[in-house]
Design a protein around this ligand. Structure first.
Ligand SMILES: [Mn+2]
Length: 290
């Protein structure tokens, strides 16, 4: 398995100068840095080349995540929104291909965070999402994207795919080789009866994994997740893919609002402390999961 971290751990806005975080991820012992798709399509050729140079020097590989905005919702009954979403992805994939990014994950099948003041049409949205995801998958394949991770989200953040079983059914219905199941241990805590059963249910369809604690601190600093059970289930299905931690511990900004972080989760949220926690956490995962 390859271990990574999402850059937003250190940031309050979506998007950043990723050169800094690529270097940092390498120094802290990670294999991967996960970036946000937001703003990616507007990167200049020069910026792309600089990023690649830093990546190559650091020996880090890149993955990407995205929470589609309401006007990028593939499940929308409004055809103009669906076309807008596909156009966004086409422009984004063009840049991802240049950065050799082959894995993109998140609630890509709908929009995020969900606005529950609006009515929910789960059945209709699922039907539209499945149909439109086939189109997105075919576009993605043209740009060398091998994994579109359909991230299973907890009930407060999404309504289309809350459990691994729902995701497996969705992925099978879409029936495209680059559309895969994506699990996140934080969301699993809310919805799954068993970590092991969920991972076995995903089996060979598991394409990307986020790891996070109940409190969204770095793995190893929570009190509910059984990391040994998860590691053993991943070994049982022969998972050899990407594992990206997604801690959020600082409040404020767009990130704080979207993730609902209303206080700093640590008494010390200095960059030094965040760095040393991340370094300790990736060591923890490697040692527990072998
Ligand atoms: Mn996640």
């Amino acid at each position: 398995m390859k271990y990574g971290i999402y850059y937003a751990y250190w940031e309050r806005q979506w998007g950043a100068d990723y050169r800094k975080y690529i270097r940092k991820a390498g120094e802290l012992g990670f294999d991967i840095l996960e970036l946000a798709c937001t703003g990616m399509k507007d990167m200049s050729e020069a910026e792309i080349e600089e990023l690649k140079a830093v990546r190559d020097a650091s020996g880090i590989s890149l993955t990407a995540g995205h929470g589609p905005k309401p006007d990028q919702n593939l499940a929308s009954p409004d055809p103009a929104i669906v076309e807008n979403a596909l156009e966004f992805w086409k422009e984004t994939f063009r840049v991802l291909e240049k950065l050799d990014i082959k894995t993109v994950g998140g609630g890509l099948y709908g929009y995020w965070p969900v606005d529950y003041s609006k009515p929910v049409d789960k059945e209709g949205d699922l039907e539209r999402s499945i149909e439109n995801m086939r189109r997105m998958a075919d576009i993605a394949a043209d740009y060398g994207i091998t994994t579109l991770g359909m991230e299973v989200l907890n009930r407060h953040e999404g309504y289309l795919l809350n459990t691994c079983k729902e995701c497996v059914d969705y992925v099978k219905a879409v029936d495209r080789p680059n559309v895969k199941v994506m699990l996140d241990t934080y969301h699993m805590l809310f919805e799954e009866d068993s970590f092991e059963d969920a991972i076995l249910t995903a089996g060979p369809l598991l394409g990307h994994l986020h790891v996070g604690e109940n409190n969204r601190k770095v793995p190893g600093q929570g009190h509910l997740i059984n990391w040994d059970e998860i590691g053993s289930a991943l070994h049982k299905i022969g998972y050899d893919g990407t594992v990206v931690m997604e801690p959020f511990v600082i409040h404020g900004g767009e990130v704080g609002k979207d993730i609902r972080i209303w206080r700093d989760l640590l008494p010390d949220v200095s960059e030094e402390k965040l760095d040393s926690d991340a370094r300790g956490s990736v060591e923890f995962l490697r040692s527990r999961w072998g």
